[in-house]
Design a protein around this ligand. Structure first.
Ligand code: ZN
Length: 278
Protein backbone atom coordinates (compact mmCIF):
# COMPACT_ATOMS: atom_id res chain seq x y z
CA UNK A 1 0.00 0.00 0.00
CA UNK A 2 2.64 2.46 1.13
CA UNK A 3 4.95 1.35 -1.64
CA UNK A 4 2.25 1.74 -4.29
CA UNK A 5 1.43 5.13 -2.91
CA UNK A 6 5.02 6.32 -3.01
CA UNK A 7 5.31 5.10 -6.55
CA UNK A 8 2.23 7.07 -7.52
CA UNK A 9 3.57 10.11 -5.74
CA UNK A 10 6.87 9.87 -7.59
CA UNK A 11 5.05 9.50 -10.88
CA UNK A 12 3.08 12.65 -10.07
CA UNK A 13 6.26 14.54 -9.28
CA UNK A 14 7.82 13.48 -12.55
CA UNK A 15 4.70 14.45 -14.44
CA UNK A 16 4.64 17.73 -12.55
CA UNK A 17 8.24 18.47 -13.41
CA UNK A 18 7.50 17.90 -17.07
CA UNK A 19 4.52 20.20 -16.98
CA UNK A 20 6.17 22.87 -14.84
CA UNK A 21 7.47 24.79 -17.81
CA UNK A 22 4.03 25.21 -19.27
CA UNK A 23 1.64 25.71 -16.41
CA UNK A 24 4.04 26.43 -13.59
CA UNK A 25 3.10 27.44 -10.13
CA UNK A 26 2.90 30.83 -8.57
CA UNK A 27 6.32 32.32 -8.17
CA UNK A 28 7.53 34.46 -5.33
CA UNK A 29 5.51 34.89 -2.21
CA UNK A 30 4.51 38.14 -0.59
CA UNK A 31 4.73 38.25 3.16
CA UNK A 32 2.55 40.63 5.05
CA UNK A 33 5.57 41.90 6.95
CA UNK A 34 7.57 42.30 3.77
CA UNK A 35 10.01 39.62 4.71
CA UNK A 36 11.13 37.38 1.96
CA UNK A 37 11.93 33.73 2.28
CA UNK A 38 15.63 33.27 2.53
CA UNK A 39 16.57 29.67 1.98
CA UNK A 40 20.11 28.94 2.98
CA UNK A 41 21.63 27.42 -0.08
CA UNK A 42 23.64 24.33 0.64
CA UNK A 43 27.29 24.89 -0.19
CA UNK A 44 28.09 23.75 -3.67
CA UNK A 45 30.41 20.85 -4.04
CA UNK A 46 33.40 21.23 -6.29
CA UNK A 47 37.01 22.31 -6.08
CA UNK A 48 36.70 24.45 -2.95
CA UNK A 49 34.85 21.73 -1.12
CA UNK A 50 37.65 19.29 -1.72
CA UNK A 51 40.54 21.66 -0.97
CA UNK A 52 40.48 20.81 2.69
CA UNK A 53 41.38 17.22 1.99
CA UNK A 54 45.15 16.98 2.12
CA UNK A 55 46.73 14.19 0.13
CA UNK A 56 47.97 12.27 3.14
CA UNK A 57 48.08 8.62 2.37
CA UNK A 58 45.85 7.06 5.02
CA UNK A 59 43.60 9.91 5.91
CA UNK A 60 40.05 8.85 6.51
CA UNK A 61 37.77 10.96 4.43
CA UNK A 62 34.55 12.07 6.07
CA UNK A 63 31.50 10.51 4.52
CA UNK A 64 29.92 13.94 4.23
CA UNK A 65 32.79 15.31 2.21
CA UNK A 66 31.27 14.74 -1.21
CA UNK A 67 28.72 17.46 -1.53
CA UNK A 68 25.68 18.69 0.28
CA UNK A 69 24.02 16.23 2.62
CA UNK A 70 21.01 14.67 0.96
CA UNK A 71 18.39 15.17 3.62
CA UNK A 72 19.57 18.42 5.20
CA UNK A 73 16.54 20.29 6.51
CA UNK A 74 16.15 23.57 4.74
CA UNK A 75 16.61 26.56 7.02
CA UNK A 76 13.70 28.94 6.78
CA UNK A 77 13.66 32.49 7.95
CA UNK A 78 11.40 33.00 10.96
CA UNK A 79 8.64 35.33 9.88
CA UNK A 80 6.77 37.80 12.04
CA UNK A 81 3.60 37.69 9.97
CA UNK A 82 2.01 34.92 7.92
CA UNK A 83 1.77 35.01 4.15
CA UNK A 84 -1.54 36.56 3.12
CA UNK A 85 -1.39 36.47 -0.66
CA UNK A 86 0.77 35.31 -3.53
CA UNK A 87 2.64 37.43 -5.98
CA UNK A 88 3.41 36.74 -9.60
CA UNK A 89 2.16 37.75 -12.95
CA UNK A 90 -1.33 37.16 -14.18
CA UNK A 91 -4.65 36.47 -12.59
CA UNK A 92 -3.59 33.77 -10.17
CA UNK A 93 -5.48 32.72 -7.08
CA UNK A 94 -4.94 29.98 -4.50
CA UNK A 95 -7.79 27.89 -3.07
CA UNK A 96 -7.38 26.49 0.43
CA UNK A 97 -9.57 24.09 2.40
CA UNK A 98 -9.11 23.68 6.17
CA UNK A 99 -9.90 21.30 9.04
CA UNK A 100 -10.35 18.04 7.09
CA UNK A 101 -10.17 15.58 5.69
CA UNK A 102 -13.79 14.59 6.17
CA UNK A 103 -15.40 11.72 4.25
CA UNK A 104 -18.74 13.56 4.01
CA UNK A 105 -17.42 16.66 2.22
CA UNK A 106 -13.80 16.34 1.08
CA UNK A 107 -14.53 13.82 -1.73
CA UNK A 108 -17.13 16.18 -3.26
CA UNK A 109 -14.68 19.07 -3.21
CA UNK A 110 -12.00 16.86 -4.75
CA UNK A 111 -14.49 15.80 -7.44
CA UNK A 112 -15.22 19.42 -8.35
CA UNK A 113 -11.52 20.34 -8.41
CA UNK A 114 -10.86 17.31 -10.64
CA UNK A 115 -13.72 18.23 -12.98
CA UNK A 116 -12.03 21.58 -13.69
CA UNK A 117 -8.46 20.23 -13.46
CA UNK A 118 -7.61 22.59 -10.60
CA UNK A 119 -5.04 22.06 -7.85
CA UNK A 120 -5.66 23.38 -4.32
CA UNK A 121 -4.19 23.35 -0.83
CA UNK A 122 -5.67 21.32 2.03
CA UNK A 123 -4.65 22.28 5.57
CA UNK A 124 -5.43 19.10 7.44
CA UNK A 125 -5.66 18.16 11.11
CA UNK A 126 -3.68 15.12 12.17
CA UNK A 127 -6.54 13.60 14.17
CA UNK A 128 -8.73 13.68 11.03
CA UNK A 129 -6.00 12.19 8.86
CA UNK A 130 -5.66 9.02 10.93
CA UNK A 131 -9.23 7.98 10.16
CA UNK A 132 -9.24 9.16 6.55
CA UNK A 133 -5.85 8.32 5.18
CA UNK A 134 -7.26 7.36 1.79
CA UNK A 135 -8.35 10.96 1.27
CA UNK A 136 -4.78 12.18 1.74
CA UNK A 137 -3.57 9.56 -0.70
CA UNK A 138 -6.14 10.85 -3.17
CA UNK A 139 -4.92 14.44 -2.63
CA UNK A 140 -1.38 13.31 -3.38
CA UNK A 141 -2.46 11.37 -6.46
CA UNK A 142 -4.39 14.34 -7.81
CA UNK A 143 -1.58 16.85 -7.27
CA UNK A 144 -2.96 18.87 -4.37
CA UNK A 145 -0.72 20.40 -1.72
CA UNK A 146 -1.29 19.24 1.85
CA UNK A 147 -0.42 21.61 4.68
CA UNK A 148 -0.26 21.22 8.46
CA UNK A 149 -3.18 22.63 10.52
CA UNK A 150 -2.13 21.02 13.86
CA UNK A 151 -3.36 17.76 15.36
CA UNK A 152 -6.45 18.85 17.33
CA UNK A 153 -7.09 22.42 16.07
CA UNK A 154 -6.31 24.18 19.38
CA UNK A 155 -5.85 27.88 20.03
CA UNK A 156 -2.05 27.97 19.94
CA UNK A 157 -1.84 31.27 21.78
CA UNK A 158 -3.00 29.52 24.97
CA UNK A 159 -0.37 26.77 24.81
CA UNK A 160 3.25 26.42 25.80
CA UNK A 161 6.00 25.78 23.30
CA UNK A 162 6.25 22.06 24.03
CA UNK A 163 2.53 21.56 23.46
CA UNK A 164 2.62 23.56 20.22
CA UNK A 165 5.58 21.56 18.97
CA UNK A 166 3.75 18.31 19.65
CA UNK A 167 0.63 19.51 17.77
CA UNK A 168 2.73 20.51 14.76
CA UNK A 169 5.27 17.71 14.69
CA UNK A 170 2.81 14.82 15.04
CA UNK A 171 0.79 16.27 12.19
CA UNK A 172 3.81 16.61 9.92
CA UNK A 173 4.69 13.00 10.74
CA UNK A 174 1.26 11.59 9.85
CA UNK A 175 1.16 13.67 6.65
CA UNK A 176 4.56 12.38 5.60
CA UNK A 177 3.54 8.83 6.39
CA UNK A 178 0.32 9.07 4.38
CA UNK A 179 0.83 11.72 1.70
CA UNK A 180 4.44 10.83 0.98
CA UNK A 181 6.14 14.18 1.72
CA UNK A 182 6.48 16.35 4.79
CA UNK A 183 4.28 19.46 4.58
CA UNK A 184 5.94 22.70 3.52
CA UNK A 185 3.11 24.93 4.73
CA UNK A 186 1.51 25.55 8.11
CA UNK A 187 -1.67 27.40 9.03
CA UNK A 188 -2.51 28.27 12.65
CA UNK A 189 -6.07 27.35 13.73
CA UNK A 190 -8.35 30.41 13.88
CA UNK A 191 -5.53 32.42 12.27
CA UNK A 192 -4.15 32.86 15.80
CA UNK A 193 -0.38 33.09 15.36
CA UNK A 194 2.31 33.58 17.94
CA UNK A 195 6.08 33.68 17.96
CA UNK A 196 6.44 30.02 18.88
CA UNK A 197 4.26 29.00 15.92
CA UNK A 198 6.46 30.97 13.51
CA UNK A 199 9.67 29.63 15.07
CA UNK A 200 8.56 26.01 15.22
CA UNK A 201 7.08 26.21 11.73
CA UNK A 202 10.42 27.40 10.34
CA UNK A 203 12.22 24.72 12.33
CA UNK A 204 9.96 22.05 10.87
CA UNK A 205 10.44 23.37 7.32
CA UNK A 206 7.05 25.04 6.93
CA UNK A 207 6.08 28.53 5.76
CA UNK A 208 3.14 30.18 7.55
CA UNK A 209 0.19 30.63 5.20
CA UNK A 210 -2.85 32.69 6.10
CA UNK A 211 -5.49 33.89 3.62
CA UNK A 212 -6.83 36.97 1.90
CA UNK A 213 -10.54 36.16 1.51
CA UNK A 214 -12.52 34.24 4.13
CA UNK A 215 -15.62 32.66 2.57
CA UNK A 216 -17.10 32.59 6.13
CA UNK A 217 -18.52 29.17 5.26
CA UNK A 218 -17.87 28.24 8.92
CA UNK A 219 -20.80 30.51 9.80
CA UNK A 220 -23.03 28.48 7.45
CA UNK A 221 -24.34 31.74 5.94
CA UNK A 222 -26.08 30.19 2.92
CA UNK A 223 -24.65 28.94 -0.37
CA UNK A 224 -25.34 32.23 -2.16
CA UNK A 225 -23.46 34.25 0.45
CA UNK A 226 -20.42 32.00 0.11
CA UNK A 227 -20.54 32.35 -3.68
CA UNK A 228 -20.79 36.14 -3.37
CA UNK A 229 -17.82 36.28 -0.98
CA UNK A 230 -15.56 34.39 -3.37
CA UNK A 231 -16.70 36.08 -6.56
CA UNK A 232 -16.67 39.53 -4.90
CA UNK A 233 -13.23 38.97 -3.37
CA UNK A 234 -11.58 37.57 -6.50
CA UNK A 235 -8.42 39.46 -7.46
CA UNK A 236 -4.89 38.58 -8.55
CA UNK A 237 -2.87 36.98 -5.73
CA UNK A 238 -5.85 36.25 -3.50
CA UNK A 239 -5.78 33.21 -1.21
CA UNK A 240 -9.31 31.90 -0.53
CA UNK A 241 -10.21 30.17 2.76
CA UNK A 242 -12.92 27.49 2.80
CA UNK A 243 -13.53 24.53 5.10
CA UNK A 244 -14.10 20.88 4.21
CA UNK A 245 -14.79 19.85 7.83
CA UNK A 246 -15.58 21.16 11.30
CA UNK A 247 -19.35 21.34 10.83
CA UNK A 248 -22.01 21.02 8.14
CA UNK A 249 -20.12 21.92 4.98
CA UNK A 250 -22.79 21.07 2.40
CA UNK A 251 -23.06 24.78 1.54
CA UNK A 252 -19.32 24.87 0.87
CA UNK A 253 -19.65 21.82 -1.38
CA UNK A 254 -22.54 23.39 -3.34
CA UNK A 255 -20.92 26.82 -3.53
CA UNK A 256 -17.66 25.67 -5.10
CA UNK A 257 -19.64 24.05 -7.94
CA UNK A 258 -20.80 27.58 -8.78
CA UNK A 259 -17.88 29.85 -7.99
CA UNK A 260 -15.10 27.68 -9.42
CA UNK A 261 -16.35 27.76 -13.04
CA UNK A 262 -17.11 31.47 -12.56
CA UNK A 263 -13.48 32.19 -11.57
CA UNK A 264 -12.18 30.14 -14.49
CA UNK A 265 -14.52 31.92 -16.93
CA UNK A 266 -13.28 35.22 -15.49
CA UNK A 267 -9.74 34.31 -16.52
CA UNK A 268 -8.33 33.27 -13.15
CA UNK A 269 -5.67 30.61 -13.00
CA UNK A 270 -6.15 28.59 -9.81
CA UNK A 271 -2.77 27.48 -8.68
CA UNK A 272 -0.74 26.30 -5.69
CA UNK A 273 2.24 28.31 -4.47
CA UNK A 274 5.73 27.07 -5.08
CA UNK A 275 8.47 27.51 -2.55
CA UNK A 276 11.40 29.65 -3.61
CA UNK A 277 14.05 27.27 -4.92
CA UNK A 278 17.22 26.98 -2.87
ZN1 ZN B 1 -9.14 25.60 11.00
Amino acid sequence: MQKDHLFTRRRMLLAGAAAAGAAGTAGAILAAGGEETAGTAAPAGGPQARQALKPSAFRLQPLTGYGPPRAAPRKLKVRKEPILQISGRGRRMVLTFDDGPNPAYTPHILDTLAKYDVRAMFFVCGECVVDNRELLVRMADEGHVVGNHTWTHPLLTTMNRKEIRSEMERTSDVIEDTYGDRPQWFRAPYGAWNRAAFQLGAELGMEPMAWTVDTTDWEVPGTDTIIDRVEGGAAPGVVVLSHDAGGDRSQTVRAIREWLPYLIDSGYHLTVPSRRPT
